[in-house]
Each structure stands twice: as C-alpha cells, then as structure tokens.
Design a protein around this ligand. Structure first.
Ligand SMILES: Nc1ncnc2c1ncn2[C@@H]1O[C@H](COP(=O)(O)OP(=O)(O)OP(=O)(O)O)[C@@H](O)[C@H]1O
Ligand SMILES: [Mg+2]
Length: 576
C-alpha cells in the first residue's frame, strides 16, 4: 500500500494523514485538556513541522525532476546507441528493442515487439541461433556469435550477436539480452584481407618460379622461331609452329604480369624512353590479340619522350591499359590508339589535373573504339578488385596497379569514356628533360654543371677528394679544405673569390654551422650548403634562420649534389 503512494497523490495523503491523526488523538487523549501554554507550544511545533515538510517536499520534487532527466538521457542513449539492443523471452519473442535495432531490421519499433526473433534470421543460419540460444539458457554463460539477418525488405547482412541471460526477480522468467551489430563492412574487409593474403602468397610463389619459368619459355620461343625459319611458309607445320610461338609469347606476358605483382622492392629508377617501350609492348601485343583489333601508335612529341621510371612498372602500365582496351574490343573488333606527346602544364592547367606541379610532362594515352565504361562504373574502375569481367578474365587489379605505379612516379591518370563511344586513359608522367645516350642508345640523365667557383670543406679527406672530383667533372672550379679554420681564413682573405660554399656539419674546432655564420657575416648572401649525417626538418629550420640555403644528407649521391649545387647557384643569381 505504502508503495503505491506518490507525492502527487494529494487526496490519498490527506486521507492517510487524517486517519493517523485520529489514532494519535486517541493515544494522546482530549486536546481540550491541554493548557493554553502547551497549546501555543504545540501550534509552534506544528508550524515548524509544516515548514520542514514544505522544504522536504521541494527537495523531493527536485530529485524527481533529476530522475526524470536521467531517465530521458538513458532512453536517448539506449535508443540511439550504435548497436541494436534486443530483449527476447525464453521462447524467442522480442519483448523490447531500441530504435537502432528496429532500423537494423528496417522495421517500426512498435511492430517489432511481439515478433519471433528467429523470423529475422536467414534460413541457413537458423540452426546457429537455435544451438547458441540453447547453450545460453543451459549454461547462463555469455555467448557471442555471427549469423546472417534478413531485413524486412529481404536484404541480408552479417551480424554479430552478444547475448546474456537475465532474471529480473525471484520467479520471473529468464530473458535474453542481445547486442546486435552490423558487421557487413568488417566482413568485406576480412574478405579483402583474405584475398590480399592469397594474392601475396601467389606473388611469393610466382616470384620464386618465374625466373626458371621465363628461361623455359625463352627456350620454347627461341626454338620455335628457329624451327619456323627452317620450314616452308604456308605449310601445316609452319602454321602449327606459329601457334606454338603465339602461345609462348602469351605465357611470357602472363609471367611478366605476375612478376610485377609479386615485386616488393622499391622502384629502380632509370631514364626511360616511353616511345621505345610503347613500340615494344605493341609488338608483344600484336601477336597475342585478335587480328580484328588494329593498333595505331601516334607519336606527336618532337623530342624523345623520356621519364625517370622503373622499367618493368612503366611497362606494366602500358600493358595493362592496352590489355583493357583489347578486351573491350574483343567481340566486335576496332582500333586501339596509343598516343605519346610532350606537353607543358602551366599553373592553371596543372591544377586542373589533380594539382600536378607545373612543368613538362610526357602524356601517354590509350584509347579504344569499344563499348566504353558505364557512368556508374567509371568512379570505381581504379578500386582494387573492381571488375565487370568474368572471374577467369579479370581480377580487377589491373587499373589499381596502374594507378599505384603512376602515383609513385609522381604522375596522374585520367579515365574518360562515353557509353558506346570507347574509352580513353591518359597518363601524365614528369618528363626527364636533360638526357644523353650511351653508345648503345641507352638514355642517361644529364647532370647539370657550371663554371662557378666552389669552396668545399670536409674534415674527411676521402669525402673531400670524391666531391671535388664530382664537382670538377661537372665543370666547377673547386677549392677544397679539410680544416674549417683554414677555410674561414681563406674566405676572409678573398671573400669575392667564391660563388658558393659546401661544408660538412661535424668538424673539430669550428663546426659547419658556426663556419656558415662567420662566412655570412663576412659576405652576406653567400650561398652555403651543409652536408650532415643526421637531423631532419628541425635542423633545416634552424639552419634556414642563419641563412644556410640547403641541407644535404649523407651519403650524398652524385646526381643529388649536381642538382642541388645548380639549384642553389641559380636561385642566388636570381636574387642578386
Ligand atoms: N578500355 C576499357 N573499356 C571498357 N571498360 C574498361 C576499360 N578499361 C577498364 N574498364 C573497366 O574497368 C574495370 C577494371 O579494370 P581493371 O583493369 O582494373 O580490371 P580487369 O581488367 O577487370 O581485371 P585485370 O586487369 O585484373 O585482369 C574492367 O573490368 C572494366 O569494366
Ligand atoms: Mg585489366
């Protein structure tokens, strides 16, 4: 009875109070017998009590409001939790669910209560739930498992269920509380990881056997070619040998594809002539793709289109783009055009192409007259594993590999297509402008040199000797010293004699940094390059403050020394 009374039950409280007063008046006798003095005290007491009660009442109201707020907060957290909460009876009927649970199943919360939970489980996974539920109720130990749930509209998704058993009071039936989360994304990632691991395993395997396999194939191709030379053209034998040759070349292409994929080593950069590589690839492709596909090479660039790149990777880019084009035209035939151009991107144009820095680029494009790419797919073609081809025709890795290679070469790729009007893939790669050729025609990067006078300081005589030789070969005049104090005196005596100073950092008596400060005091603006074995940005910032133009990290490579020296000297000239 007491339990039922709430503060808002005004009438009831009054009734109870009057009944209690009656009883207590019986106990305390007749009020008329109380003296006026006692009566006054009694009234005083009653008033104080009344005030106390009012205060208590206010306090109770405040606590009640706080409780209501806390309950609202709790309901909010419960309803909008990132996971679905279900309470299910022993018989599997949903008795309570939060809003997220209803959303997960695409249901109204009101129609969820009273439904059988198993109604939302995919038929094939019903057993999982049945067994887990049985175990849960028997052992009362928390259970966690995965199964597929079905939304109201029929869509399936993978869910993770964490279940516990609760008994809210003696004799109350057991209930199951479940936390349900949608793990479709996690499942997808797991699948992707498994796929990647599989590919990695294939890569390792392929890497191991590819070398031997390549040799075997070379023998097959070479001997088939020899044999073809010896037989009369147009005979059955010649045709059959031709088929052997085509098969061998196809197999070689395949091995190459696997090899690039399995390579973990960083790219080996060397100057490459894109036109030569394109011609080689086209020749290779010609013998492996149907004859109803025409291949046209369109070289617009007047200069040799050279880039700094990893040969097998750039080869992979050309091959993948051409293979895709050939696949697209397989059914109907058509024309594949491989275009090469040398272009200059100025600020505005470069920005349009994914913020490439302005400069000269080799533009390589592969276009076809196939059916093109559907607008809903074009956004996705560079995603790994995205393929519209049958599983035995494509893994969907081709363009993902191409995109990765182009990015590591500081370039950019653009795909454009219109349904039924073919597709065009354009690759921009930074152009290598200064190239010279070895006697057998292999391009080499030309290192920039000059005629300026350089003061070179390093306490290690071997380093000084080597760098002096490199700089002199590039045409510079070099004065070298292994003692920083000597170098300082020399500079003081002829400050206008030198155009630039290259100094080591760690040296006895006078460090490179202090030497630089002194030199700049003598001749403000003299370009100084410091070579150091350690440090990073922090050091560079510090050096920049005292006027040191550039920091080179040891061991300094020849090309780097050449490029940096020229850059710093040219920058100094522009300022002067
Ligand atoms: N020239 C093209 N014409 C039409 N569709 C293309 C063309 N190039 C690429 N695509 C589309 O892009 C998808 C992804 O290409 P990608 O090269 O990454 O994979 P794939 O060719 O399907 O398989 P893989 O290259 O791994 O053998 C292709 O499945 C195809 O739908
Ligand atoms: Mg492909």
């Amino acid at each position: 009875m007491k339990k039922e009374v709430t503060i808002t039950d005004g009438a009831k409280i009054r009734q109870l109070a009057e009944a209690a007063l009656k009883t207590s008046s019986h106990e305390h006798g007749d009020l008329s017998e109380i003296s006026p003095e006692d009566m006054e005290n009694l009234i005083h007491e009653l008033r104080v009590h009344q005030i106390e009660l009012k205060i208590q009442n206010q306090e109770l109201r405040r606590i009640q409001m706080e409780l209501e707020k806390a309950r609202d907060r709790y309901s909010h957290l419960y309803d909008f939790a990132p996971v679905g909460y279900f309470t299910v009876s022993e018989k599997g009927i949903v008795t309570e669910a939060n809003l997220t649970a209803a959303t997960l199943l695409g249901m109204e919360r009101s129609s969820l209560a009273g439904s059988l939970f198993s109604r939302f489980i995919l038929n094939e996974d019903q057993d999982i739930f049945y067994l887990q539920q049985k175990q849960l109720l028997e052992t009362e130990r928390p259970q966690s498992f995965r199964l597929r749930l079905v939304k109201k509209d029929g869509d399936e998704f993978y869910a993770n269920l964490e279940c516990i058993v609760v008994e809210e009071g003696d004799g109350c039936p057991k209930q199951i509380r479940m936390v349900v989360s949608d793990i479709t994304k996690q499942k997808d990632l797991e699948n992707q990881l498994r796929q990647a691991q599989k590919l990695e395993a294939i890569g390792t395997l392929a890497g191991g056997i590819a070398h031997d396999f390549n040799n075997i194939l070379s023998a097959v191709i070479d001997f088939a070619e020899f044999a073809l030379d010896d037989v009369k053209k147009g005979t059955h034998l010649a045709d059959n040998l031709g088929e052997v040759l085509i098969g061998g070349k196809r197999a070689k292409l395949l091995v190459q594809q696997i090899l690039t994929f399995s390579r973990k080593a960083p790219p080996k950069l060397a100057p490459l002539r894109i036109d030569v590589m394109v011609k080689e690839t086209a020749m290779l492709l010609r013998s492996t793709i149907p004859t109803n596909i025409e291949i046209d090479i369109d070289i617009k660039s007047a200069k040799d289109p050279c880039v700094m790149g990893d040969e097998s990777q750039i080869h992979q880019v050309i091959l993948n783009l051409c293979t895709n084009a050939a696949h697209a035209m397989e059914a109907e035939g058509g024309k594949m055009t491989i275009g090469i151009d040398a272009i200059t991107l100025d600020n505005g144009k470069a920005e349009n192409i994914s913020n490439l820095p302005p400069g000269k680029y080799v533009k390589l494009s592969v276009s076809d007259t196939g059916p093109g790419i559907a607008p809903e797919n074009i956004e996705r073609i560079f995603e790994p594993y995205f393929s519209t081809k049958a599983p035995d025709r494509g893994t969907g890795m081709g363009l993902a590999v191409v995109d990765g290679i182009v990015k590591t070469h500081k370039g950019h790729i653009v795909a454009m297509s219109q349904t039924q009007r073919g597709a065009i893939f354009t690759v921009f790669l930074p152009m290598l402008e200064k190239v010279e050729y070895t006697p057998d025609g292999i391009p080499q990067e030309v290192m920039p040199g000059g005629k300026e006078h350089i003061l070179l300081i390093d306490d290690e005589s071997s380093v000084v000797k080597l760098n002096k030789m490199i700089l002199e070969r590039l045409g510079y005049e070099v004065t070298a010293s292994t003692l920083s104090l000597d170098a300082l005196e020399l500079f003081r005596s002829k400050p206008n004699h030198f155009d630039m100073v290259i100094t080591d950092m760690t040296m006895p008596n006078l460090t490179g940094e202090k030497l630089a400060v002194e030199l700049i005091k003598i001749r403000p603006g003299i370009p100084v390059i410091i070579c150091t074995g350690y440090g990073k940005e922090m050091l560079e910032e510090l050096f920049a403050k005292i006027g040191i133009k550039t920091v080179l990290y040891k061991p300094v490579k020849m090309a780097e020394l050449a490029r940096t020296a020229r850059k710093v000297l040219d920058a100094g000239r522009r300022v002067a």
